[in-house]
Design a protein around this ligand. Sequence first.
Ligand SMILES: NC(=O)c1ccc[n+]([C@@H]2O[C@H](COP(=O)([O-])OP(=O)(O)OC[C@H]3O[C@@H](n4cnc5c(N)ncnc54)[C@H](O)[C@@H]3O)[C@@H](O)[C@H]2O)c1
Length: 255
Amino acid sequence: MAGELAEKIIVLTGGGNGIGAECAAAYAREGARVAILDRDLLAAQNTAKTIGDRCFALRADVADGPSVEAAMAEVLRRFGRIDAVHNNAGIATPSLPLHKTSEADWDLLQSVNVKSVYWTTRFAFPALVASQGSILNTASVVGLIGQSNHAAYVASKGAMISLTRAMAVDYAPFSIRVNAVCPAGVWTPTLERWCAEQPNPAETRHNLDRIHPLGPCPHGDVVADVAVFLLSHRARFMTGCIVPVSGGAELGYRR
Ligand SMILES: NC(=O)c1ccc[n+]([C@@H]2O[C@H](COP(=O)([O-])OP(=O)(O)OC[C@H]3O[C@@H](n4cnc5c(N)ncnc54)[C@H](O)[C@@H]3O)[C@@H](O)[C@H]2O)c1
């Protein structure tokens, strides 16, 4: 099938919902075959069913090494190749300052949002070397500018941004590109849960529609379009790039 990603084999984590589901659909539209790794197999299967036979679902917990290893092995068994890994699965709870964050919540958040990149890279690396492939990380603008009451999450996204740059330098000699997208607000189940945790959820929802100078809080399609570009041949000379897809939410003072 023709398209910007024709016949690429893309491993996408967290494609069962939200931004990941939009990316899976966009990748398949552009001719890729997409393996969705999600701890929620039913959600991943629903995404795959909507997209059709260019997409299949695997249950995997990205925080668990053996689970990721088994999923990568299954992708390689089916396709014999991996052209791209999109590290997108993430959690955003708890919404708290650091001193109120429990050790268990801190550890879980860093495992899912950051250590997952270690696991997927470790187990996909030989295949990415062979394909001269690409890695894409879904970070967040809060990893660049900070956010109140969300310390563990902000730290995890800051780490992902730094890791993107470190990996880009290490893997350029292998012709593997590593980039990150940084959304601000995007309406997804995670954002809905985060809003519900805020002292005034209705006001938070209202604010989310006001923080992006380009317009109201978007859906995941805006991120998926940029993700397609970053994984395509058109971005062949881009690596280590941290790309806000944020409607300008991080830009300076506003009145
Ligand atoms: N929605 C936003 O406003 C926003 C903003 C900036 C960044 N992000 C980032 O975008 C990414 C996707 O977020 P979303 O809002 O689409 O979330 P979502 O909750 O809609 O979807 C996340 C998916 O990841 C899966 N997942 C969670 N933990 C997992 C694990 N341990 N192993 C495998 N799969 C797991 C979930 O089952 C779900 O299908 C996250 O990394 C998030 O931090 C989201």
